[in-house]
Unconditional design. Structure first.
Ligand code: PMV
Length: 324
């Protein structure tokens, strides 16, 4: 039977991927570092069958656009020398309509499910490369725990590796979902604009040293230096977005209110730090021992519509129960 199911967790980047050296192959201008999120995952079943006339894809029970997925499946078909269509059924356990990125967990799960269903046995490195071709940040959802995407300069040299397993550091990444009034600018578009931004060059020049610094504070599990680098990195990536032409502002007033609250809690002695992806929602980094207190503080904010508490998680794995 040419059918397989995989589960992948979404990831949040401490050092962000923003700008590509190669659009088609999704090779980034800089390396990035992330952690997989335990409570945000995608489960995907893929079946290749000669009885199908076309590829189909449904997400949480709703038929979705197949274009980007079909292009991706063509790569899998080429690798496995098959020429038949596939049915894909996916479920996210977290709100995508609310604007939480799902392309990372989505393409990571699809990579393992589709390659397995097609009879391929890819190594972890090969799987990260395949996932990257679907969506850049998806490569970081393949290995376990804390992950580095090495930027490389070709299809084979741009891949992700695990730095530490999920059990390495007792932290929580708390997702604070705020209301997203207007539709967000897709990260793909934001990344294209970044390349023309004159400030990007300065960011890229400082990147290797920033990556070294954050890796050294991860090694020491120093929440203070780690959090400070993570926070200033977020502001820098968003500064690039804001100074693009036309400007891209992913934050809204709720985002800013949360940032100010984080700084206020820090002034009172609680080690809590934020990071923000291409949207208005905020992720908080806390040590597990402070998680409940911090959650309580943010629960009281009107701006916070939903909270997801994440521990570091394993990467992408085959899953026994098929979705159809
Ligand atoms: O993989 P993409 O194209 O959705 O880009 C992800 C971009 C950020 O989430 C903002 C940063 C990152 O490294 O995940």
């Amino acid at each position: 039977m040419m059918k397989a199911t995989a589960r992948a967790h979404s990831n949040i980047a401490f050092i962000k991927y923003w700008g590509k050296q190669n659009e088609e192959l999704r090779i980034p201008l800089n390396g990035s570092i992330s952690v997989n999120l335990s409570n945000q995952h995608t489960t995907t079943t893929v079946e290749f069958s000669s009885s199908l006339e076309r590829d189909t894809f449904s997400l949480n029970g709703k038929d979705e656009d197949i274009k980007r997925i079909s292009i991706f499946l063509d790569r899998v078909r080429k690798l496995s020398h098959i020429d038949i269509k596939a049915r894909i059924v996916s479920e996210n356990n977290f709100p995508t309509a609310g604007g939480l990125a799902s392309s990372a967990s989505g393409f990571a799960a699809l990579s393992l499910a589709a390659s397995t269903a097609a009879g391929l046995k890819l190594s972890e490195k090969e799987l990260t490369i395949l996932a990257r071709l679907g969506s850049g940040s998806a490569c970081r959802s393949v290995p376990h725990g804390f992950v580095e995407w090495k930027k490389g300069n070709s299809n084979e040299t741009s891949y992700a590796v695990s730095l530490y397993p999920e059990t390495y550091w007792d932290i929580h990444m708390i997702a604070l979902i705020v209301s997203a009034k207007k539709k967000e600018i897709p990260s793909t578009l934001g990344q294209q604009k970044a390349v023309q931004n004159p400030f990007l060059q300065t960011r890229i020049e400082r990147m290797n040293s920033k990556i070294q610094h954050i890796k050294s504070s991860l090694f020491k599990k120093n929440i203070h230096t780690f959090g400070e680098i993570m926070e200033s990195e977020t502001i820098e990536m968003h500064a690039i977005a804001m100074t693009s032409t036309p400007p891209i502002l992913y934050w809204n007033s709720s985002t800013v209110a949360i940032m100010e609250k984080v700084w206020s809690l820090r002034r009172k002695g609680t080690p809590v730090y934020f990071t923000i992806d291409a949207g208005p929602h905020v992720y908080l980094l806390v040590e597990k021992k402070n998680s409940l207190t911090v959650e309580h503080e943010f629960k009281q904010m009107n701006e916070v519509k939903k909270i997801i508490i994440n521990s570091p998680s394993k990467g992408t794995y085959l899953f026994d129960a098929h979705l159809f």
